[in-house]
Design a protein around this ligand. Structure first.
Ligand SMILES: Cc1cc2nc3c(=O)[nH]c(=O)nc-3n(C[C@H](O)[C@H](O)[C@H](O)COP(=O)(O)OP(=O)(O)OC[C@H]3O[C@@H](n4cnc5c(N)ncnc54)[C@H](O)[C@@H]3O)c2cc1C
Length: 387
C-alpha cells in the first residue's frame, strides 16, 4: 500500500514537492487555504540550484523557455559605476543551468499544469495532532488522517505549531517594494538586469522575457506609511530619484496600485524540522530574507529530497530524519547569509555605505566563484544501496 502524503500549502514548495512525489509514484494530496489561485505577484529569480532540481522533475526547460535567462548581474554604485559582477554564464556552462527570472504567476501556472492531482483549495489547516499517526484539522471542521504530513504552509505555518510551538517569525527592520514595468519604456533596455547598492537600500531589476521588467527595492522604513498607493509611488520615486537610469524610469512606469509592499521577516533556526510523521518544508522550516535570492530555491531543494527519502525509507519518521540531516544545515546557512547581507544592504551612513561598496568592488573573483559554486550545487539524497 502506498504512503498517503498530505501536503499543507500549495505555494512553490508544496506544489514542487507534490510533483516530485508524483514522479516517484506517490499520490499526494495538497491542501491550500486560499479559495482560488490568482495570477498575482511580481517576478522571481530562480538560481542554478533551483533549476537543477527542477530539471530532475522535467520542469526546467519549460521554465527557461517561459522566463528570461540571466547571464550577468552587475552591481552598481548609486552613481552608476560598476562595483562587481557575478559571471553567471560560467554557471550555465558548468552546471547546465543558470539563473532564470520569471513572473511568479507563470511559475505557478507551470507547476499547477505539471501536477497530476487537483489541489484541494479552501482548506485552511488549523492544527496537526498526534504526530506519530497524524490528524490534520481544517477550519471548516473536517479532518484527515494521512500516513504523513508535510507542512509547506509558509512563514506563518500552522503545522509548525506541532513541531516547534514557540517558534515565531523574526521581523527585520526592512521593507521590500516590488513592481513590474513595460520593458519598452526603459532607455537602453535592461539586459541583463542589475543591482544598485545605495544608502540604506538597494534596487535591482531583471527582464522577465515577456516584455516586462521586474524590479525590487528595499528600504529600512516604510515610505508614505499612511498614504495611498499613489502617495507611496511618489515617495518611492523621490527616494530613488538620484539613482542611475533606468531606476527612476522603472518607478515612473509602474502602476501605483501594482506596487507590492512586504515587511520582511525570517525564522531563526528551529530546534528540529520534524516530529514523528510530520515535517516542515520551504518557508515554514527556513524562511529567509530575500538578499541571497535563495528562499524559493531552498524550498525546491526540500521538495526533491523529501520525495527521495520517502521513496527510500520504510517509515515516514525515518525518512524525515534523513531529510532533516540532508537539508537543515544548508538551508539555515542561507538564512544566516541573508541576514548578514541584509545588514550590509541597510548601512545608511555616508562613510559606511561607501566602505561597503569599496569592499564589494575589491571582492576577489576567485572567492565569489567559490561561493557561487557552493550555492549552485543542490542537496542530493542518494540511498545507501545506490552509492
Ligand atoms: C521581496 C521578496 C523577494 C523574493 N525573491 C526571491 C527570489 O528572487 N528567489 C527566490 O528563490 N526566493 C525569493 N523570495 C523567497 C520566496 O518568495 C519564498 O521563499 C517562497 O515563495 C516560499 O515558498 P513556500 O511555498 O515555502 O511558502 P509560501 O509561498 O508562503 O506558500 C505557502 C502556501 O501555503 C498556504 N497556506 C498558508 N497557511 C496555510 C494553512 N494554514 N493551511 C493551508 N494552506 C496554507 C498559502 O496560501 C500559500 O499558498 C523572495 C521573498 C521576498 C519576500
Amino acid at each position: 500500500m502506498s504512503t498517503e502524503v498530505a501536503i499543507i500549502g500549495g505555494g512553490i514548495c508544496g506544489l514542487t514537492t507534490a510533483i516530485a512525489l508524483e514522479n516517484r509514484g506517490f499520490e499526494p494530496t495538497v491542501y491550500e487555504s486560499t479559495d482560488t489561485y490568482r495570477p498575482v505577484g511580481a517576478g522571481i529569480l530562480l538560481q542554478t540550484n533551483a533549476l537543477s532540481v527542477l530539471d530532475s522533475i522535467s520542469l526546467a526547460a519549460r521554465i527557461e523557455a517561459s522566463g528570461a535567462e540571466i547571464d550577468a548581474v552587475p552591481f552598481l554604485s548609486p552613481g552608476g559605476s560598476r562595483l562587481f559582477g557575478f559571471d553567471l554564464a560560467f554557471e550555465r556552462d558548468r552546471f547546465g543551468h543558470g539563473f532564470v527570472a520569471i513572473h511568479r504567476a507563470k511559475l505557478q501556472e507551470l507547476l499547477l499544469d505539471e501536477l497530476e492531482t487537483t489541489v484541494q483549495t479552501g482548506m485552511e489547516c488549523v492544527s496537526v495532532t498526534e504526530p506519530e499517526t497524524p490528524t490534520v484539522a481544517f477550519s471548516d471542521g473536517s479532518t484527515v488522517s494521512p500516513d504523513c504530513v508535510i507542512g509547506a504552509d509558509g512563514i506563518g505555518s500552522a503545522v509548525r505549531a506541532e513541531i516547534c510551538p514557540t517558534a515565531e517569525p523574526r521581523p527585520a527592520d526592512c521593507i521590500a517594494y516590488r513592481g513590474l514595468a513595460p520593458a519598452a519604456d526603459l532607455p537602453g533596455g535592461t539586459d541583463p538586469g542589475f543591482e544598485v547598492w545605495g544608502e540604506g537600500s538597494f534596487v535591482g531589476c531583471s527582464p522577465l522575457g515577456d516584455g516586462r521588467v521586474y524590479w525590487y527595492a528595499t528600504a529600512t522604513g516604510p515610505v508614505a506609511p499612511d498614504g495611498t498607493a499613489v502617495d507611496r509611488k511618489s515617495a518611492l520615486r523621490q527616494r530613488f530619484d538620484a539613482y542611475p537610469e533606468p531606476v527612476p524610469q522603472l518607478l515612473a512606469s509602474t502602476a501605483a496600485d501594482g506596487i507590492i509592499v512586504t515587511p520582511l521577516a525570517d525564522m531563526a533556526p528551529l530546534g528540529r524540522w520534524s516530529t514523528g510523521a510530520v515535517t516542515l518544508a520551504g518557508d515554514a522550516a527556513h524562511a529567509m530574507l530575500p538578499f541571497v535570492g535563495q528562499g524559493a530555491a531552498q524550498g525546491i531543494e526540500d521538495a526533491a529530497v523529501l520525495a527521495a527519502v520517502l521513496d527510500a525509507h520504510e517509515t515516514p519518521a525515518a525518512a524525515f530524519k534523513q531529510y532533516e540531516q540532508c537539508r537543515k544545515s544548508r538551508a539555515e546557512g542561507f538564512v544566516a547569509a541573508s541576514r548578514r547581507l541584509g545588514r550590509l544592504a541597510a548601512v545608511d551612513s555616508a562613510v559606511g555605505w561607501r566602505l561597503r561598496n569599496l569592499g564589494i568592488r575589491l571582492l576577489p573573483g576567485k572567492l565569489s566563484r567559490r561561493l557561487r559554486r557552493q550555492q549552485a550545487m543542490p542537496s542530493r539524497y542518494q540511498p545507501a544501496s545506490d552509492r
